[in-house]
Design a binder for this molecule. Structure first.
Ligand code: SF4
Ligand code: SF4
Length: 84
């Protein structure tokens, strides 16, 4: 299972919401704050990004960088209780 996250250049963002519409996980939303251009900018609002890259592909200003990593897998086997 792939886990992802995004870094959004908030001062490049123009708040067009294309990335928000494109995200299948509904991971993105608009900040309540305003950037240097006077726009509410996109932010990660949920910790469920899968790194699918949809948001970065649709952003007209290339304001989004996506990072992906494999979710850590459990290496330990099932816990077995040993009678004393
Ligand atoms: S990489 Fe995919 S899941 Fe993550 S925020 Fe962008 S569109 Fe959503
Ligand atoms: S698509 Fe790009 S410019 Fe538009 S809201 Fe998302 S990050 Fe901002």
């Amino acid at each position: 299972m792939i886990r992802g996250t995004v870094v959004i250049a908030e001062d490049i963002c123009k708040g067009c919401e294309l990335c928000i519409e494109a995200c299948p996980q509904e991971s993105l939303g608009l900040s309540d704050k305003i950037n240097l251009k006077g726009y509410r900018y996109a932010v990660l609002v949920k910790d469920n990004c899968t790194g699918c890259v949809n948001c970065a592909l649709v952003c007209p200003d290339a304001a989004i960088i996506v990072y992906r990593q494999k979710k850590p897998t459990k290496t330990a086997g099932p816990q077995v209780e040993v009678p004393i």
